[in-house]
Design a protein around this ligand. Structure first.
Ligand SMILES: Cc1ncc(C[n+]2csc(CCOP(=O)(O)OP(=O)(O)O)c2C)c(N)n1
Ligand code: SF4
Length: 363
């Protein structure tokens, strides 16, 4: 791709983004994870993508459950809000945060254990309700924090360090999310920042649940021969669907691709995703096609990565709930709580079966 920017010279210094922040302004505290853990690379990708996207740190809330992966929100966006929930319960917290304050961009980080086992019910209903959360699963096929037991995403035949093989069917979180009606589903690899970063930025621009399943090798418990989520196995089986570029709405950039070589997707804020064909053309707007490709990949022992499915216009949770524009969190108590008069009328209606309760609000 060649890009031409028509932005006038001058303005913000080269090492700052559109809101005048440096990349370091998006850092968090120092990681305590094992050196080489895939989760650290994803943290780096989130920091870089958030900086490039010019996210306002005070308008971001980071949410997670329990696990090595769920510790990572401490390591990025140190000036943002954050809540470390209990195991598998991040989706409930995210739903509450969103209902209380729709002005926050929610970044949820979970593990394959946190999501695909204890948190499965929560995950399913978050996706089904289309709660706007960038939901990142740092998927290593094991419970890293509790010493490497198989998770529900471990492939059949994949082995633990001890040699024990997994005999259970894996749960494919992307296939599940697509089936549940999720409007943004992507799969990537922690070692492929070139692919991961534009996917993250596109997910930030999505107005509904965006599921990113990122294969993230656990160097301590799942990086041996026999693990299908080791660095070597992922590199060998990775089959990217396309090269992906993301051009945010605020970049005045002309993209110059050969005609017919890309598929473009416009996000609700006007940003553009460009998907450049690799081998075969891929239509990311067809749910059926996406499911077929994921199933075929499993049969052929390939790890398909890229933007699997996107449907930017699906109504998000707040539209469906008809929430008012003003965040509930900033409403005064008298506007949130019905006055005594209204409660009395409701009770009277219930008691006598007569009379209509008046609309709430006011004193
Ligand atoms: C209710 C409850 N059950 C079990 C645990 C123990 N536990 C902590 S983290 C974890 C799994 C973590 O695996 P995953 O989400 O894949 O994250 P990783 O550590 O691999 O990044 C488990 C079972 C817990 N903390 N709380
Ligand atoms: S145990 Fe595994 S998942 Fe946890 S920090 Fe170490 S390498 Fe990462």
């Amino acid at each position: 791709m060649s890009t031409e920017t028509t932005r006038p010279a001058g303005g913000a210094p080269a090492n700052t983004n559109r809101i005048g922040l440096t990349r370091a302004d998006y850092d968090g505290s120092k990681t305590t994870l094992c050196p080489g853990c895939g989760h650290n690379a994803i943290t780096g990708g989130i920091i870089q993508a958030a900086w490039e996207a010019g996210l306002e740190p005070h308008r971001v809330a980071k949410l997670s459950g329990i696990g090595c992966s769920s510790k990572t929100p401490a390591y990025f966006l140190g000036h943002s809000h954050g809540f470390n929930a209990v195991h598998g319960r991040m989706p409930s917290i995210a739903t509450g945060v969103h209902a209380a304050n729709r002005e926050l961009l929610l970044i949820g980080v979970s593990g394959d254990g946190d999501t695909a086992s204890i948190g499965m019910g929560q995950f399913v209903h978050l996706v089904r309700r289309n709660v706007p959360v960038v939901y990142i699963v740092e998927n290593n096929g094991v419970y890293g924090l509790t010493k490497g037991q198989f998770s529900a995403t471990a492939d059949i035949g994949s082995t633990q360090k001890t040699g024990k093989a997994n005999e259970l069917m894996p749960i494919d979180l992307c296939a599940l999310a697509i089936e549940l009606g999720c409007g943004f589903v992507a799969r990537s690899f922690s070692g492929d920042q070139k692919q991961l970063r534009p996917l993250l930025k596109a997910a930030f621009a999505h107005r509904g649940t965006a599921v990113l399943d990122v294969i993230s090798p656990c160097v301590t418990f799942a990086d041996h021969e026999g693990s299908t989520k080791s660095y070597a196995a992922v590199k060998e089986h990775d089959a990217p669907l396309h090269d992906i570029e993301f051009v945010p709405y605020f970049e005045d950039i002309t993209v110059d691709y050969e005609p017919g070589t890309t598929r473009e997707v416009t996000m609700p804020d006007g940003s553009q995703i460009y998907l450049k064909k690799l081998t075969a053309d891929y239509d990311p707007t067809s749910r059926e096609n996406a499911l077929r490709v994921v199933h075929e990949a499993r049969r052929e022992n390939k790890l398909i990565t890229g933007l699997l499915f996107v449907s930017p216009e699906d109504p998000p949770f707040d539209a469906e709930l008809k929430l008012m524009d003003e965040p509930l969190a900033s409403l005064s108590l008298d506007r949130v709580r019905p006055p005594k008069r209204v409660l009395d009328e409701i009770i009277e209606t219930l008691r006598t079966g007569k009379g209509a309760a008046s609309a709430g609000g006011g004193g």
